[in-house]
Write a protein that binds this ligand. Structure first.
Ligand code: SF4
Ligand code: SF4
Length: 82
């Protein structure tokens, strides 16, 4: 049993190291008024619109914060990646 726990710990540690430790990404929260400014500003094309709602692809986000700076209502916020 203890060997399984150890293996799980090692796998999680390796995954964390490969991702560069604890990482964050921006998300677009419910205050968004769908103006589209952030989509034009994102250098990684991480922001897209679907069914009228704007969203961010976490693995593309480099946390530059440009979306948050241009947003008139402060809708993009940092959130921990899964
Ligand atoms: S933080 Fe930067 S990379 Fe991430 S979604 Fe916003 S503009 Fe794009
Ligand atoms: S800039 Fe702000 S309000 Fe405009 S689409 Fe992006 S998150 Fe929504």
């Amino acid at each position: 049993m203890w060997i399984l726990i150890f293996v799980k710990y090692v796998v999680e540690l390796v995954c964390k190291i490969m991702k560069g430790g604890e990482t964050m990404a921006y998300i677009i929260t419910s205050g968004c008024i769908e103006c589209g400014k952030c989509e034009k500003e994102c250098p990684k094309d991480a922001i897209y619109q679907t069914c009228g709602q704007y969203a961010i692809v976490p693995r593309r986000c480099i946390e530059c914060g440009k979306c948050a700076k241009v947003c008139p209502v402060g809708a993009p916020k940092k959130k921990e990646k899964r």
